[in-house]
Design a protein around this ligand. Structure first.
Ligand code: DHE
Length: 584
């Protein structure tokens, strides 16, 4: 363990070049375009992998269309969805990257497209050709593909959704009391990303209670307000609903809500606990409200519409984070490309009321403040955090985080010795951690301002974490290009935040995991129920050993290394109690 101040070595300050789409920064002339092919860092830039598997139809030939066979068209579409759609949009209307509609591509022409893809551009386009990521033949195929009208992947309406819905165990056939002796609130649901599974791990014994099959490249878990049901969503938009009361935790219902998805949540307002679930999709751009006991799809709402400021139509605004209000029967839905936050009132879904809040474009993730009244969410490509008052369903502030590409996860709530309650976010693009005042009544002068900037390990941070019982703020840097940094965690002591440049302790989590092979990255701290230990994933590639490292929060010493051959690519971890009660 080492203590470091802001005056760090060059390696530690190295900022990350990975999410080019998000950063909009230049890529080095002949370097390999990081983030597009390097696992696991590449896995951060949005890749529409499931869409890539769908067969698309070659449109009828139009005058001026280049020659392309249906098979080439399909191959090009796969590459496009996997490599390009994250920035340029599935329908090529542009997102963080430029639009690639045929009026533009045809004006620029075939040679220009080939050269652009081969050499990249200082504005952030990776050099796919010179880096060796794409062959000349692939670039030629893609250039011809881009000169033809884009195919639209299939919609996913009620009939399609119902066709995938499986109720394995009806509510009346489920137990009326807990049938196992698990301490459910102590369980962790651990994403086994590339295995398409979650592992349920007991917080006391560190034993894997069960491994369950889930969707492809499984993403996050959320827990029903009662704590009984665990909801897991895969990138292929498959939702598993797991009953933790059964003799062995079991999937009791499943559904596919689209082709690409990232978010799932359940109703938490008093009186509405466990009543509904909601899932948001990247493709098609929509969300669906489902029955909280069966996953029966009840109401699908498209998010297509006008961008909040330009008021121009966007055909594919993806649904990013969804969070449940504790103040009203509302789901709070982040719509990325239109920059709108939707307050979806689920008290009467037949006469659905949706309050549409103008926020900022490229909304991604976020979480609640310590009172659970305010939702703070990053518009990451705009370096902003939007603050929503969930009591009045309105935007109350837009905070410039003074860093590049904020990525809070759900953020971390600290009682700051000088500024009172603050919420923290780290950044993908630099080493800063922004602390934002969240107490408009007790500390009005600090509310919704960056009251302090901390300097952590380096760029490439994804998640910060603390707990009401903890005196520490933990900051990861899994996407930092420096192997040592990406395998370490910075820990700030809350009491030290009075210093002008607070020092931090470096935990060599990767070293503690003692994994001989590969270059594992350390990602996403998650506290246990009691708040006295924090778990980190040591995320290696699929064919190599990974681990979970448990740290004693009081002493910052290693407590346990969990290793098991079933722990394949562990990433997110969700303690049942902390997740259901929004403790972070
Ligand atoms: Fe995530 C949350 C989207 C890549 C681990 N991720 C989220 C949320 C969204 C999102 C919208 C918020 C969900 C919510 O709260 O309802 N993630 C995306 C992407 O679009 C992106 C950038 C690329 C992609 O194609 O999926 C992406 N995410 C990753 C990863 O590569 C990570 C690091 C490893 C993994 O498992 O895939 C990753 N994302 C996570 C985790 C959370 C998350 C662990 C939940 C954090 C929490 O504390 O709640």
């Amino acid at each position: 363990m080492t203590v470091i101040s802001k005056l760090r070595t060059a390696a530690l300050t190295a900022s990350v070049a990975i999410p080019i789409a998000l950063l909009g920064g230049p890529s080095a002339a002949q370097d390999k375009p990081e983030g597009h092919g390097d696992a696991p860092a590449a896995q951060y830039t949005y890749s529409a992998t499931t869409l890539g598997e769908i067969d698309v139809e070659l449109p009828g030939r139009k005058p001026g269309d280049p020659v392309i066979t249906p098979s080439e068209f399909n191959k090009a579409a796969t590459i496009y969805f996997e490599r390009c759609a994250g920035c340029h949009g599935v329908l090529r209307k542009g997102a963080t990257g430029k639009p690639l509609t045929t009026d533009i591509t045809r004006e620029n022409g075939y040679d220009y497209l080939v050269s652009f893809m081969t050499y990249g551009s200082p504005a952030g386009m990776p050099n796919w050709g010179t880096s060796g990521e794409l062959s000349e033949a692939e670039i030629d195929m893609l250039a011809r593909y881009l000169l033809i009208e884009p195919p639209a992947p299939p919609e996913f309406g009620m009939a399609a959704m119902r066709g995938t819905w499986k109720l394995h165990v009806a509510p009346e056939d489920r137990p009326t009391e807990q049938m196992n002796d698990l301490e459910i609130d102590k369980l962790f649901s651990v994403t086994l990303r590339d295995a398409g599974q979650v592992a349920l791990i007991d917080g006391d014994s560190y034993e894997i209670v069960k491994v369950l099959e889930t969707g492809y490249a499984v993403h996050i878990s959320r827990i029903s307000a009662s704590g009984r049901y665990l909801f897991v969503i895969g990138r292929d938009a498959k939702v598993n609903m797991i009953d933790l009361w059964m003799e062995e935790p079991t999937t009791v219902a499943e559904i596919k809500v689209g082709s690409e998805a990232r978010s799932i949540e359940t109703s938490k307002m008093e009186g509405w606990e466990d009543k509904y679930a909601i899932a948001g999709s990247y493709w098609p751009p929509q969300y669906v409200i489902m029955d909280g006991a069966t996953l029966e799809p009840l109401k699908i709402k498209s998010t297509r519409g006008m961008i909040y400021d330009t008021q121009e139509f966007h055909p594919e605004p993806r649904v990013a984070a969804i969070i449940s209000s504790h103040y009203k029967p509302e789901f709070i839905v982040n719509v990325k490309e239109t920059g709108k936050i939707l307050m979806v009132d689920y008290s009467d879904i037949k006469n659905l009321k949706v309050t549409e809040i103008e926020a900022e474009r490229f909304l991604h993730d976020g979480g609640l403040d310590s009172t659970k009244r305010y939702f703070l969410t990053a518009a990451n490509a705009r370096n902003k955090v939007a603050v929503i008052d969930t009591k009045t369903s309105s935007l109350i502030a837009m905070v410039d985080t003074q860093g590049q590409t904020p990525h809070p996860g759900r953020g971390a709530n600290i009682d700051h010795p000088v500024f009172g309650p603050v919420w923290a976010t780290s950044h993908l693009g630099d080493e800063t951690v922004a602390l934002i005042g969240t107490d408009p009544e007790g500390h009005p002068e600090h509310a919704w301002k960056v009251v302090q900037q901390l300097y952590a390990l380096g760029g490439g941070s994804l998640f910060v974490k603390t707990h009401p019982e903890s005196e520490h703020l933990y900051v990861d840097a899994p996407l930092n290009p420096d192997a040592e940094v990406s395998a370490s965690i910075a820990v700030f002591k809350v009491g030290d935040l009075t210093q002008e440049e607070p020092e931090y302790t470096v935990l060599p989590i990767g070293e503690w995991a003692a994994i001989a092979d590969g270059q594992p990255r350390v990602v996403q701290g998650e506290f246990n129920r009691e708040g006295d230990e924090i778990w980190f994933s040591v995320w290696n590639s699929k064919d190599k050993e990974s681990a979970i490292v448990v740290v004693d929060d009081k002493t910052l010493e290693l407590k346990k290394v969990i290793k098991d051959e079933r722990l394949v690519t562990p990433t997110g971890k969700f303690n049942v109690y902390n997740t259901r009660a929004d403790v972070y």
